[in-house]
Design a protein around this ligand. Sequence first.
Ligand SMILES: [Zn+2]
Length: 280
Amino acid sequence: MSSSLRTSSCKFKLEIIFHNIELDLFIFIYIILFISPGRTCEFCSVFVDHEHWQPFEPTRVTAVDETVKYRISVTRGSHECRVTGLRWQSFCNVELEYSLGDWDLYSDLLEKKGFVSCGPLMDLRVISGQLAAVHLPHFICLDTQHRWRDFRMLCAEDTGVSLEDCLISQFHAVQFCHTFIPMAVLVSSGVPVKAHCDILIYLSSTAHQTLHVYLIPGDVKMKESVEKREKGSVKICTTWPDVSLQMKQHYTLSTSCSSQITPQKLKLRYTSKTPNFFKT
Ligand SMILES: [Zn+2]
């Protein structure tokens, strides 16, 4: 992966070349900041969602232990949370509270069942009303052959958690609410998958002329972790490749000018704990 950052006409121009080591494949990205391309990969950008989703800004509540919770109170219909990408449908007024959970609690269960997470863990509570369906966001690109049985929904029941079948769409997995509350989307650990990714670039506040370049799956929890870690740094940009990238493979970064880059390669992985980055 090669990258350069230079100025021209008061705009930053950013050229990035990702190099997938395993496939020896180069992916070129060219961005002029302030011009926003489509939010997704070329393949998925042609996808048309015929449902009208009403965007909703949740109320943010911070608990004593600094856990962030979101609250909403809406009328019947199809709604989408602007912050987390969570969608839900209801035939009556509903009041919800939700937060982004930690995957650590379920890592043993997922390993035993042969699944990995591919989206944020939603700790969702229905305060009043009833949900007809919940659509949980995932970052998997469906540009290759996936079978519906490769996916599961982690659901909360009174007796514990279970893995349930679900419908999968381009950016969400759907669960019709009967006796359980959907929490997250899972994909079989044996299936090679590509992810829609985000690139986050920060100018370090502690080291002179040092950039931190993050390549992460497009997940709200991961972005939150990066933002927490880079508190005090200057955010240069958030952008994304126009192609999806193979998970669990290694990528390198290089620059057009002389610079020191560490580490030499990074594995594209999903973790909310310690997202890694290139330092250049
Ligand atoms: Zn895609």
